[in-house]
Ligand binder design. Structure first.
Ligand code: NDP
Length: 251
């Protein structure tokens, strides 16, 4: 595609150290962006992502901050703006699970998931929205989930956070559209990462049986959708979600 270059753009990817976030970092760096690889607890993983970006001829740096902390996000984005001069792309990818049936779910499990997966996206969007509006160009992409659309027993907290991300995305898309800033999301199905490795093998097999394509997706499948949404090719697309799920949910 002709306008898929990101030369000169600065991209921040939350949770860029592992899994889907790592693949997004590598993909965006491969398109020419300078990538800020955010992590919270695994500097080794973040540094390895940065090392791979650099060995592929790209540019990137690791930044530690907890997306659930308003103070940490504010000071990190201030620092990123000071270091690079602008932020053009934000990918809200950081996410966790704390699964359990709602009748047994501890309030802490609810709060941690909402604070990281939903409030974290709010903090980061808030931090970039003014600078992006001023520069009249920006791309915000949030990684939601099929679970936010379909629901899932044992994941009420996660589903609520991801469904919340849909409302957040569509509202902010309306707020920023006139300033050249698009706000979209990607809703992956089941993707092979550390997060899904926690599932017992029999559960993974059951999930596969419900996927028309009969296999889990790869992190590159998700990164490809993000690549389109952050490029100039998608300039007239805002408030939308691309479902990357092998056909398991057709929203
Ligand atoms: P992983 O568990 O493999 O990686 C999670 C990433 O998020 C890590 O980089 C981790 O950093 C980071 N992270 C976690 N908490 C925070 C925090 N508070 N602040 C900053 N960074 C944080 O997850 P996946 O790659 O599987 O998932 C990525 C996103 O995609 C999530 O939002 C998830 O909900 C979503 N998703 C995943 C699916 C799947 O099947 N895997 C399906 C649908 C959606 P660190 O390395 O420092 O721990």
């Amino acid at each position: 595609m002709k306008n898929m270059t990101l030369e000169g753009k600065i991209a921040v990817v939350t949770g860029g150290s592992r899994g889907i976030g790592r693949a997004v970092c590598l993909r965006l760096a491969g398109m020419g962006a300078t990538v800020v690889v955010n992590y919270v607890s695994r500097p080794d993983a973040a540094e390895s992502t940065v090392a791979e970006i650099i060995s592929n001829g790209g540019k990137g740096a690791a930044y530690q901050f907890d997306v659930s902390s308003s103070d940490q996000v504010q000071s990190a984005f201030k620092q990123i703006l000071a270091d690079f001069g602008h932020i053009d792309i934000l990918v809200n990818n950081a996410g966790i699970t704390r699964d359990g049936l709602v009748a047994m779910m501890k309030e802490q499990a609810w709060d941690e998931v909402i604070d990281t997966n939903l409030k974290g996206a709010f903090h980061c969007i808030k931090a970039v929205s003014r600078p992006m509006m001023k520069q009249r160009w920006g791309r915000i992409v949030s990684i939601a989930s099929v679970i936010g659309f379909a629901g899932n027993a044992g994941q009420a907290n996660y589903a609520a956070a991801k469904a919340g991300m849909v409302g957040l995305t569509r509202s902010v898309a309306r707020e920023l559209a006139s300033r050249g800033v698009t706000v979209n999301g990607v809703a992956p199905g089941y993707i092979d990462t550390d997060m899904t490795k926690e599932l017992p093998p029999e559960v993974t097999e059951k999930i596969k049986a419900e996927i028309p394509m009969n296999s889990l997706g790869t992190v590159e499948d998700v990164a490809a959708a993000v690549a389109y949404l952050v490029s100039d090719e998608s300039r007239y697309v805002t408030g939308q979600f691309i479902h990357v799920n092998g056909g398991m949910f057709m929203g």
